[in-house]
Design a protein around this ligand. Structure first.
Ligand SMILES: [Zn+2]
Length: 692
């Protein structure tokens, strides 16, 4: 029942089964009756529950019409006012419940825009935008958190500055001297951190207590402290693409999984441990500051620079003034501060024809479908390619030459195929584009099984090794490509190269020496043994699984593990275990060669053997300025002894380790929760194995 899987629930990325194109396009394929029956299968039970919980009903707009309206934004003008309002309310409720059904862009630019056009004063237009809701105590926010007014053109920005000039003049201030500030607009999950609790924005006045996010070990970005106020929960874009994209549809799903009450998903936990998912207080954001004339004189440039400064999803820039008097005088509406403005690029969608679907072989042998498009200009960029998730999608959605797709692009985000408007004969390869080997299906993915001799897999694997090892620079795609062209096929060969050999391959003298230095560094700098193992890229053995496995078995022993040994470790399934033992057997020769080169590996502490350590199983929180090492380093050492390290004190905390400059309130609050407050010195004694 493929059609049932395609219910109207897909969040940002959704695809329409052909019947949504209207029976007029497929009169012979789908009978009206069947169509009606399928419409009824559109909303999931949990979506219906969310609608009921929000005190909404499907009376004004039945489920079929609702889905019809969702799939045909172009026909929004045909619905009645009541239907439009009912639609917006239901869409809101589902978004708040964590099951969005339309993209933010469609919501803003199509449905809400239509309402603005019809009823400019409707309350839906003047309240703080809804956010997904999570379980937790509802609490008053320490400060009112508002939305930001949005502008999509330079003219709107200039009109806003005009209002600031007016306010400045009224206060007798010289507008030319007023400082403007530009910061990136993070596209994460908004929250407020008062140093004690973390709150969702809620309705702007009351939010939900989601302090658990810090208890799960989430850190403040940029090694910042707790208590810096408003910010966003974000995930590094490159990390997401590298480590999470296979497990989460998009960054938003990932953020939700970090915040949700249920147990942390393993990859989400790893992302937190890797500090790829952080809370980013606005106060720590990079910024541009200067007077208005300078800002507007170099507007495009400043916007572009600030927009692209961070490795997080950013969907615009925030413009504001820093003068407190003017801010005070301008005040706020119920929706936004008048002294602040979000500038976004106009998000556009385009309907384009697919010329062909080109396969690309990844490191693991998975084949990624890339749709080559008729070039189209979208949000100021000329696009000619878009990616589909996997080949199952290409087959199901019928993406092939001549298909018409709807493409959306916001800011710098890689264009996504939003919808297949006109399907065509799908283009599915039979042979690997890199090595020509016959491809096989593995669930939704097409795979090239020729792991040991496929050029794309070899190059991508070598690149992967250096990227995961993380203690080196210079072995990116361009370097690896050149090495491959000169006959290099494996990482151990790279380690034998000297400067003259790099030079002979066409690298400059300086770069050659640098590459040699980096190779040396990667062997001499200490690296966790689980990271080293993950660098080999064994199927299903990412950073998290490597750490888990090595907490039970020492690295030299993993090659003799049976499937039963692996399944015995929490988090490993039987099916995975087979793939893992095969994978280990495959990497054994390379592993042995590299070990003989002498890497400096730090062994993962064996969990079961170290239960007697005074920190084993204890939960710690660090606060204040520490002297014996960075918070990261001390956390790492504590974790090595089996301790958990939290971000804030809760009833589950055993020890609050206080450095210098810690307020009495913080200490008292911890004591009230029966948490032992210990000094850094006492912590070091515990760490050394002395009982408290
Ligand atoms: Zn291949």
């Amino acid at each position: 029942m493929i059609l049932l899987k395609d219910r109207c629930l897909g969040g940002r990325e959704f695809f329409s089964p052909p019947f949504f194109l209207g029976s007029r396009n497929y009169p012979s394929i789908i009978a009206t009756q069947l169509q009606a029956a399928l419409f009824f299968a559109m909303l999931t039970a949990s979506q219906r529950t969310l609608i009921r919980q929000a005190d909404l009903s499907l009376d004004t707009l039945d489920e079929g019409s609702f889905c019809e309206l969702m799939k045909h934004p172009d026909q929004v003008a045909d619905c009645s006012d009541d239907e439009l309002i009912a639609f917006l309310k239901i869409a809101n409720a589902l978004y708040r419940g964590g099951e969005p059904i339309i993209s933010d862009a469609d919501y803003d630019f199509i449905y809400l825009a239509e309402l603005r056009h019809r009823q400019p004063n409707h309350p839906l237009l003047h309240t703080v935008e809804p956010e997904p809701i999570f379980a937790g105590k509802t609490v008053d926010l320490p400060v009112v958190m508002l939305s930001t007014d949005k502008a999509y053109s330079r003219e709107e920005v200039e009109r806003w500055a005009g209002r600031i000039e007016k306010a400045a003049t009224e206060l007798g201030k010289n507008f030319a001297e007023i400082e403007f500030k530009v910061t990136p607009k993070l596209d994460g999950y908004a929250a407020y951190d008062d140093g004690r609790m973390l709150y969702t924005r809620g309705d702007g006045r009351k939010g939900t207590d989601i302090t658990r996010v810090f208890e799960r070990g989430m850190q403040v970005a940029d090694h910042g402290n707790r208590g810096l106020g408003a910010g966003e929960i974000v995930v590094s874009r490159s990390y997401f693409n590298e480590n999470l994209a296979d497990f989460f549809d998009n960054a938003r799903n990932f953020q939700a999984s970090v915040i949700k009450e249920k147990d942390l998903e393993e990859h989400a936990e790893q992302a937190i441990n890797d500090h790829a998912a952080v809370f980013y207080p606005f106060a720590l954001l990079p910024s541009w500051t200067g007077p208005w004339t300078e800002l507007i004189g170099d507007f495009e440039n400043i916007v572009k620079t600030i927009w692209h400064q961070l490795d997080y999803d950013v969907d615009g820039v925030i413009l504001e003034i820093t003068d407190e008097d003017i801010k005070q005088a301008m005040g706020a509406t119920r929706h936004h501060h008048r002294w602040q403005l979000a500038y976004k690029e106009n998000l556009e969608t385009a309907e384009v024809a697919v010329l062909k679907v080109t396969p690309q072989t990844s490191r693991s042998g998975r084949i990624t479908p890339v749709a080559e498009l008729e070039p189209v200009r979208l949000s100021g960029a000329l696009l000619s390619r878009a990616t589909a998730h996997h080949y199952k999608m290409v087959v199901d959605k019928r993406i092939g030459p001549g298909a018409i797709i709807r493409l959306a692009r916001s800011g710098e985000v890689i264009p996504k195929i939003e919808q297949v408007l006109k399907p065509a004969e799908p283009q599915v390869p039979e042979h690997c584009p890199s090595c020509g080997h016959e491809l096989i299906w593995d669930n939704d993915f097409l795979i090239c099984p020729n792991n040991l001799a496929c050029p794309a897999q070899i190059s991508n694997s070598m690149e992967h090794f250096f990227r995961v090892l993380k203690n080196n620079d210079g072995f990116g795609a361009a370097t690896i490509k050149k090495l491959y062209e000169h006959g290099i096929r494996s990482v151990d060969e790279i380690y034998t190269l000297g400067a003259e050999q790099f030079e002979a391959m066409g690298f400059g003298p300086k770069q050659s020496q640098n590459l040699v230095d980096q190779l040396l560094r990667s062997r001499n700098e200490a690296v966790e043994d689980w990271r080293f193992l993950a660098a080999f890229g064994v199927f299903r053995m990412g950073l998290g699984n490597c750490e888990r496995l090595l907490a039970h078995y020492a690295l030299p022993n993993i090659f003799s593990l049976t499937e039963a040994d692996i399944v015995a470790v929490e988090g490993f399934a039987e099916k995975t275990a087979t793939a893992i033992t095969n994978g280990f057997a495959n990497i054994k020769p390379l592993f042995d060669t590299l070990m003989n080169l002498g890497f400096k590996l730090q062994a993962t502490q064996n969990k079961s053997a170290d239960n007697s350590h005074p920190l084993a199983g204890k939960t710690l929180v660090f606060t204040g300025t520490l002297h014996s090492g960075s918070r990261d380093e001390l956390s790492k050492q504590a974790k090595a002894k089996g301790a958990k390290v939290g971000g804030s004190v809760s009833a589950k905390t055993d020890y609050l380790v206080i450095g210098e400059n810690v307020g009495a309130n913080k200490i008292n609050a911890a004591r009230e929760k029966d948490v032992a407050v210990i000094s850094e010195q006492e912590f070091l004694q515990l760490l050394a194995g002395e009982n408290a």
